[in-house]
Design a protein around this ligand. Structure first.
Ligand SMILES: CC(C)(COP(=O)(O)OP(=O)(O)OC[C@H]1O[C@@H](n2cnc3c(N)ncnc32)[C@H](O)[C@@H]1OP(=O)(O)O)[C@@H](O)C(=O)NCCC(=O)NCCS
Ligand SMILES: *[C@@H]1O[C@H](CO)[C@@H](O)[C@H](O)[C@H]1NC(C)=O
Ligand SMILES: *[C@@H]1O[C@H](CO)[C@@H](O)[C@H](O)[C@H]1NC(C)=O
Ligand SMILES: *[C@@H]1O[C@H](CO)[C@@H](O)[C@H](O)[C@H]1NC(C)=O
Ligand SMILES: CC(=O)N[C@H]1CO[C@H](CO)[C@@H](O)[C@@H]1O
Length: 463
C-alpha cells in the first residue's frame, strides 16, 4: 500500500465524520492551542443572528480550500503514518472495531535501550523533585514552548504548576524525559507522560497522558520530535501501559474530537492594549469596560473554596457528573486531592455548600496558566485562568460559572478561558465569552473510538 495520501474521498469523509462545528477550516496549519488566541472584541464578532461566524459557513471556495489543505496535510505524516493511531484513510470505515488498535506485546519484547539520538545529544530522566531540574525545565519551556500564530504570546507555565502537572498519584519519574547537549549539558528538548485511568464508555483503561513536548527553537525541523515520542512510548510500554491520550493545536492523524477555546475578558483594557483582543467597531474603551464589568462579590449562597475535608463529597459529585460523558477520567479520592484541592497560583476550586443541609451540591475549578507577552514595553504577563472540572446539580451552570468569573476577577486574572467540552456552548455566549481562533485537537494512541466525538461528549481536560 503506497503512501496513504488523503484522497478527495477521504477528505470528504473527514468533514462528514466530524460534527459541523468542528470542521477543519483555515486554522489547519495552526501550530498551537493558542496561549493567546487573539479574538476580536467578542460581541462585535458576530453575525446578524447573534452567532459567532461559523466555520460551517462554507462557500464552495472555502470547502475547496479545506480539501486542499487536508491533502497537503495528509501527505505530510511520515512519522504518524507508521504509528498505531487512527489513520485518515480509515475515517468513516465502520468495519473497524473500537478499542486497542494493536494488542500489547510481551514486556520482554519491549526494547530495553533508549532510541538513538544524534551523537551530540544524550537522554536524561528529569527529577522534578529537585529545584535545579525544575528550573532547567522551566527555562526551556518559558523560552521555547507554545506560542500563538502571530508570536505575540508564549505559555509561561510556573514551576509550581509543572510540579503539580507532572507528579500526580503513581507518577513515573522515568516518563519525564529530557535531552541535553553532551558537552554543555544544556537542556534542549523535553517530553512527559503521566499515568491516568480513563473511561471509554464502560471500559476503564490505564493510559499515559503525554504533554510538554518541546524542542529548542534552534533544533526545530530535524525530526527530533518523533524520537522523543518514540522514547516516551517505549518507557510507557515498560510499565505495561499501551495507550495514551494527548492534545495538540496541529492536525495529525486523527483527532477524536476538535474543541475550541472561548475567552471571557476580565481586564478588557489590558487585553486590547496587548493585542489579545480588539476594540469592536462602534465600541469605545469605556463602553467595553462597562460591558465586561462583574459584581464585586460572588452571588450564590454557600459558595466557598474547597477544603481538604470536602474530598469525599467532591469525588462523589464529580464521578457522578462525569459518568454521562463517553470519554472521561476515572477519578478516585487521591486523584481529586491532587488535581482539585486548591494550590496557590496553580489550581482553584470552589463549591456550593447548601446553607441549610450543608450538602455539597455544585463545584467549579480553574487552573492558572500565564503567558509571556512578547515584545511589549508596558506589560510582560497575561494572567489567564483556564476552566477545569465543574459540576452543577442545584446551582444553574450559568450562575456557577458567573461566580467563577467573579472570583477570577477578584484574583486579578486578565482573561478566563474555557473549552467547549462537556457542556454545549449556550452558557458561554450568555456570560460574554467570545470564540477564539485556537482549535485544540484531542488524540488517542493505540485506541480507536468511532465515530468521532462531539466536544460535548468528552469529559476530559488535559493541561
Ligand atoms: C512540537 C515540536 C516539538 C515539534 O518539533 P519540530 O522540530 O517542529 O518537528 P520535527 O521535525 O522534530 O518532527 C516533525 C514530526 O513531529 C510531528 N509533530 C509536530 N508537532 C507535534 C505535536 N504537537 N504532537 C505530536 N506530533 C507532532 C509532526 O507532525 C511530524 O511528524 P509527521 O511527519 O508524521 O507529520 C516543536 O515545534 C516545538 O517545540 N514547538 C513549540 C512547543 C509545542 O508546540 N509543543 C507541542 C504542544 S501540543
Ligand atoms: C513568567 O512567570 C514567572 C512566574 O512563574 C514570572 O516571574 C515571570 O516574570 C514571567 N515571565 C514573563 C516574561 O511573563
Ligand atoms: C505603552 O504605553 C504608552 C503610554 O500609555 C503608550 O504610548 C505606548 O503606545 C504603549 N506601548 C505599547 C507597545 O503598547
Ligand atoms: C444546550 O444546553 C442547554 C442548557 O443546558 C439545553 O437546554 C439545550 O437543549 C442544549 N442544546 C443542545 C443542542 O444540546
Ligand atoms: C459550564 C461548564 O461546563 N463550564 C466549563 C466546565 O469545565 C470545562 C472543562 O474545562 C470547561 O471548558 C467548561 O466550559
Amino acid at each position: 500500500m503506497g503512501n496513504p495520501t488523503c484522497s478527495w474521498i477521504n477528505c470528504l469523509l473527514i468533514f462528514k465524520a466530524l460534527p459541523a462545528e468542528t470542521v477543519y477550516s483555515g486554522t489547519m496549519g495552526d501550530t498551537n492551542p493558542s496561549p493567546g488566541s487573539p479574538g476580536e472584541n467578542q460581541n462585535q464578532n458576530q453575525n446578524p443572528d447573534g452567532n459567532p461566524p461559523s466555520e460551517g459557513d462554507s462557500t464552495i471556495a472555502a470547502l475547496a480550500r479545506k480539501v486542499q489543505e487536508s491533502i497537503s496535510v495528509g501527505k505530510r505524516h511520515k512519522f504518524w503514518e507508521t504509528q498505531p493511531v487512527g489513520q485518515f484513510k480509515d475515517v468513516g470505515d465502520t468495519s473497524l472495531p473500537e478499542g486497542p488498535i494493536e494488542p500489547p506485546t510481551p514486556l520482554s519484547e519491549v526494547k530495553q535501550e533508549p532510541y538513538n539520538l544524534p551523537g551530540l545529544y544524550e537522554w536524561i530522566t528529569c527529577d522534578m523533585n529537585t529545584e535545579e531540574m525544575c528550573n532547567e525545565v522551566y527555562t526551556l519551556l518559558t523560552n521555547n514552548y507554545v506560542e500563538d500564530d502571530e508570536n505575540m504570546f508564549r505559555f509561561n507555565y510556573s514551576k509550581e504548576f509543572l510540579q503539580w502537572a507532572l507528579r500526580p498519584p503513581g507518577y513515573y519519574k522515568s516518563w519525564h524525559i529530557g535531552v541535553r547537549v553532551k558537552t554543555s549539558k544544556k537542556l534542549v528538548a523535553f517530553i512527559t507522560g503521566i499515568p491516568a485511568k480513563i473511561r471509554f464508555r464502560d471500559d476503564v483503561v490505564r493510559m499515559a497522558e503525554i504533554n510538554f513536548l518541546c524542542v529548542h527553537k534552534k533544533l526545530r525541523s530535524k525530526r527530533l520530535a518523533p524520537v522523543m515520542i518514540k522514547e516516551v512510548t517505549r518507557r510507557v510500554h515498560l510499565e505495561n501501559i499501551w495507550q495514551a491520550a494527548y492534545t495538540a493545536g496541529v492536525v495529525l492523524p486523527t483527532p477524536i474530537t476538535t474543541c475550541q477555546y472561548w475567552h471571557r475578558s476580565l481586564n478588557p483594557k489590558k487585553l486590547i492594549d496587548v493585542g489579545f483582543s480588539r476594540l469592536g467597531a462602534r465600541m469605545t474603551m469605556s463602553r467595553t469596560i462597562k460591558l465586561y464589568k462583574l459584581p464585586d462579590a460572588t452571588l450564590t449562597p454557600g459558595f466557598r473554596k474547597m477544603e481538604l475535608h470536602d474530598i469525599p463529597a467532591v469525588t462523589r459529585l464529580l464521578r457522578n457528573y462525569l459518568s454521562q460523558f463517553i470519554v472521561a477520567p476515572d477519578f478516585d479520592e487521591d486523584d481529586v486531592q491532587h488535581w482539585l484541592l486548591p494550590t496557590e497560583n496553580v489550581v482553584d476550586s470552589y463549591l456550593v455548600e447548601s446553607p441549610n443541609s450543608h450538602e455539597i451540591t455544585d463545584f467549579c475549578s480553574f487552573y492558572t496558566l500565564p503567558s509571556s507577552i512578547l515584545g511589549n514595553q508596558n506589560y510582560t504577563t497575561l494572567k489567564a485562568a483556564y476552566s477545569y472540572y465543574n459540576v452543577s446539580t442545584k446551582t444553574p451552570l450559568l450562575q456557577l460559572m458567573n461566580d467563577a468569573l467573579i472570583v477570577a476577577k477578584q484574583k486579578d486574572y486578565d482573561v478566563f478561558n474555557a473549552l467547549d467540552v462537556m457542556q454545549n456552548e449556550s452558557f458561554l455566549k450568555e456570560l460574554k465569552f467570545g470564540p477564539g481562533d485556537g482549535k485544540l485537537h484531542y488524540y488517542l494512541y493505540n485506541y480507536r473510538i468511532r465515530p468521532a466525538l462531539k466536544p460535548s461528549e468528552l469529559g476530559l481536560v488535559l493541561l
